[in-house]
Design a binder for this molecule. Structure first.
Ligand code: HEC
Length: 170
């Protein structure tokens, strides 16, 4: 090989390394999933609970994200646009400025048709949360002790209730 083909080969290897995570689509990186957990904790868990199972509370019943049938694109839309007429708030600051959310306008928002989130999120943060939900929440059965520890840390007593459930079930 001459020098040029070495450079080409090297460029190809680098390119593959950069592109392949994107090609594999939903395989989020470690940094992304730690960030996903952090963002989910601060923006979603208050209503959907730490395990995403939802339940009654503030703003009505938050649906179970463990049992959701929505795909990635739909989850991203619901986070960004919220769900009009329900307690699910919109998290994208300009969601209602150009009719891209269900054709509703900023006036509809000020008339109270859609609830506004406490904190707005950037589009890439919304994607990271959607990936977190798909990787860690959607399709999971009952919340487990191990999952609880992943959320609260191993030292937390918040998970004791799941530990005893686990032993009781054995
Ligand atoms: C203020 C409470 C609240 C917060 C905060 C909140 N949600 Fe919701 N969410 C709800 C409620 C209530 C519903 C049920 C809406 C309905 O009845 O259709 C819901 C529905 C959803 C749905 C639709 C599920 C389905 O199967 O149709 C998704 C997805 C969702 N929320 C994700 C999130 C994520 C991710 C976050 C954090 C970025 C979040 N929510 C923050 C209250 C909340």
């Amino acid at each position: 090989m001459n020098q040029n083909s070495w450079i080409m080969a090297l460029a190809l290897i680098l390119l593959t390394a950069i592109v392949s995570p994107a090609v594999h689509g939903q395989t989020a990186t470690h940094e992304d999933s730690a960030e996903g957990l952090r963002l989910f904790r601060t923006n979603c868990a208050g209503c959907h609970r730490w395990h995403g199972g939802g339940g009654g509370g503030y703003g009505g019943d938050a649906l179970s994200l463990r049992r959701t049938k929505l795909d990635r694109a739909q989850i991203i839309e619901v986070i960004g646009c919220g769900r009009p007429g329900t307690g699910m708030p919109f998290h994208l600051r300009d969601a209602y400025n150009d009719g891209k959310c269900y054709g509703l306008s900023a006036t509809d928002v000020s008339n109270g048709m859609v609830r506004e989130a406490k904190n707005f999120l950037r589009p890439n943060e919304i994607e990271i949360i959607a990936d977190y939900v798909i990787a860690n929440v959607k399709g999971r059965g009952e919340p487990s002790f191990a999952e609880c520890q992943a959320f609260f840390g191993t030292g937390s007593r918040a998970c004791n209730v799941y530990k005893s459930q686990q032993t009781a079930g054995q």
